[in-house]
Structures are given as C-alpha cells and as structure tokens.
Design a protein around this ligand. Structure first.
Ligand SMILES: Nc1ncnc2c1ncn2[C@@H]1O[C@H](COP(=O)(O)OP(=O)(O)O)[C@@H](O)[C@H]1O
Ligand SMILES: [Mg+2]
Length: 332
C-alpha cells in the first residue's frame, strides 16, 4: 500500500504557565492510500492534538517541537501560507468534535458551499457553485432543495452530513474525523459512518478516524493505533487489536469493552487513572497501572518496535498472543 501520510517522531508541547506539557511524544505512523486508520485511547491522551497538528491547525499554546509530517512526500511543517491554504481543503479536510455546530447559523447552506468554492477558485459563477453543492448534498443523501435552508432547519444528523459534504467539497485525499458523531444517537451515528465508508470506497480517499467508541472503530478501520499518555503503544490491524492485543493497555481496553454477541461477561476496566502529563515517571508510562510491570519497565521507556506482520508494540514484555481477553467482539 502506498503511503499518503507519514508522521515521524512527532512531538507536540503545550506551553502553559506551569511549564511545558508534552501532549504528543515521539509518535510515528503512516496512513496508506485508501486506508482508514483509527486512533483510540483515553480522553486526554493526545488524539486531537495529533489530528490538529496533521493539518497544522494547532494553535498556541500548542507547539510542534519535533518530528516530521509528510503528505505524499511533501514536508507539511515546511509549507508556506499559500501552500497550507491549498493543502487544507484540497488535500486534506477535517470533521471535528461537534462540527455540526460550526456551520454559520446566519448563512444558508448554499452560501457555505459557495464560500469554499470561491476561496479556492474552483467555480466561475454562482450557478456552477449551486450545481456542485447539489451534487455534494446528493452524495450524503440530503434532498437538493434543502440547499437554500439555514443550519437550524436541519436535524443534528443532517447537519453532520452537511459538514461531511463540505469537508468533501474539494475532493480531499485525506479526511480527518475527530469524534465526528459523538453528539448523535447510535442509529444516526452508524448511518453516517456507513455513508462515509461508501464514499471512501467510491472516491478513494484515506481517513484518520478518532473516536472513543471502540466497537465503531473496529468495524470501520483497517488498522488501529492505541495511544496512552501522548504515546502510541500499539498499532495493528483492526481485527487483531482487541482479539490479540500485545500491549497490556490494549488488552485492558479489550476487557473493558462489552460484547455484542455471546454470553454476558463482567467488564473489568483498567485500574488506576490516566497519567498526569506534567509529572511523567521514568520508564514505561503505563507501568503504574500495568498488571505485569517489572523493575525493568519502571527503569527504561519501551520504544514502538515491529512485532510481527503489520504490527508494532511499545512494551518490554508484550502479551503472548494466546492471551485473548475474555470479552472481544466475536462478530468482527
Ligand atoms: N489548550 C491546552 N492547554 C494546555 N494543555 C492542553 C491544551 N489542550 C490539550 N492539552 C493537553 O494535551 C493533552 C492531550 O489533549 P487532546 O489532544 O485534546 O486529547 P484527546 O483528544 O485524546 O482527548 C491533554 O491531556 C492536556 O494535558
Ligand atoms: Mg479529542
């Protein structure tokens, strides 16, 4: 698979009055062409910071302090303002947390499409803009006569579809979705993600998908990266990460995740609380919560290394593969 995005040793800091907090620490991964890569992990582990950094949409106090981001081999961190403007809608676009509330409430949907088309000089006149916008509404299953309505005239699910249509307006190669459906009910969530999947199949873009809903993630993604405390601790094919986890944290996530099929099982959860990033211990960051941590884990930080075909793990003593957690999705 050809690589569309390569992230190498990315470090992002937040500079606060209390000092420097490293929210993303030495993270490396790639997203293949037409691939859906998921990022999972507890709240505050750095997922959104990565998403924003990829598009260079991070704002102070966030600062990219090290690493490289390549998009089709091009250095994103070295782009000038003009290159960035084009990169942001034409090459990559983003649907973020509560994006449906980001539509301009006093402008019609038609205006919001036209605004993007005109800013990027892709239409000659309003008629052409309306035609293009209607085509985009059609692909997200919204009746084209709704084009002249205002955001408040749509339901939450429809507004999110409009946001997705806007994100796809310039046919980007990468769509970043950060908790795109969290505010919606589960049925609408599923419908929207199915639609996104169909569109991805049809147009061939790649997706970086972030959600705390692991069952949705396993269904939608090709590969999943599990983050803990600003670091990527495991990266594996979606179908293996919860059924055959190698990192004890991924193993714990599998055990705190309800089954859709099979017998009712007790969910165990992961003891302890997420790490305070302003006070990072020596050694492995997960060691204080890890049931199999040894002295070696408390001394030296494990690096993300290859661990079998298409798998990477950052652990001194990865789980043996037969130690499948008790509750995994039989259906996946
Ligand atoms: N505006 C901010 N100021 C200071 N620190 C921040 C800010 N935003 C995020 N952080 C830090 O970055 C960490 C990662 O945040 P974020 O990327 O939003 O996590 P996630 O999306 O995984 O929930 C947080 O735990 C917090 O320590
Ligand atoms: Mg987030």
């Amino acid at each position: 698979m050809k690589k569309l995005v390569e992230v190498k040793n990315l470090c992002v800091d937040y500079i606060t009055f209390d000092g420097r907090v490293r929210a993303v620490n030495d993270v490396s991964f790639h997203i293949g062409e037409r691939e859906i890569l998921g990022l999972a992990g507890e709240s505050g582990c750095g997922k959104s910071t990565i998403a924003y950094s990829l598009m260079r949409l991070h704002r102070p106090p966030a600062m990219i302090s090290d690493g490289e981001i390549l998009f089709e081999g091009q250095d994103v961190l070295g782009m000038n303002d003009e290159e960035l403007r084009s990169f942001r809608w034409k090459d990559t676009s983003m649907v973020f947390q509560s994006a449906m509330n980001c539509l301009n409430p006093v402008k019609t949907i038609e205006y919001q499409f036209r605004d993007i088309f005109e800013a990027h000089n892709v239409v000659k006149n309003r008629e052409e803009s309306i035609e293009k916008a209607k085509e985009l509404l059609r692909i997200v299953d919204i009746p084209t006569e709704r084009l002249f309505d205002y955001p408040h005239q749509f339901s939450g699910g429809m507004r999110q579809r409009v946001v997705i249509a806007l994100a796809l307006a310039l046919k980007p190669k990468l769509l970043i979705m950060d908790e795109p459906t969290t505010a919606l009910d589960v049925v609408v969530q599923r419908e929207i993600l199915q639609k996104v999947y169909q569109l991805k199949e049809e147009f061939g873009f790649s997706i970086l998908f972030i959600t705390h809903d692991l069952s949705l993630m396993v269904e939608l993604c090709d590969r999943i990266g599990i983050m803990y405390s600003g670091q990527l601790v495991e990266l594996a094919p979606a179908k293996e990460i919860l059924s055959k986890p190698k990192h004890p944290y991924a193993h714990g996530l599998g055990d705190s995740f309800p089954t859709l099929h099979g017998e009712l099982q007790e969910m165990k959860g992961i003891p302890g609380t997420p790490l305070d990033l302003s006070n990072v211990p020596q050694g492995c960051r997960f060691a204080p919560r890890c049931f199999k941590a040894t002295e070696a884990c408390r001394q030296a930080e494990p690096k993300l290394v290859g661990a079998g075909e298409n798998r990477w793990v950052a652990c001194h003593d990865p789980m043996p593969i037969e130690s499948t957690p008790s509750s995994t999705l039989e259906a996946v």
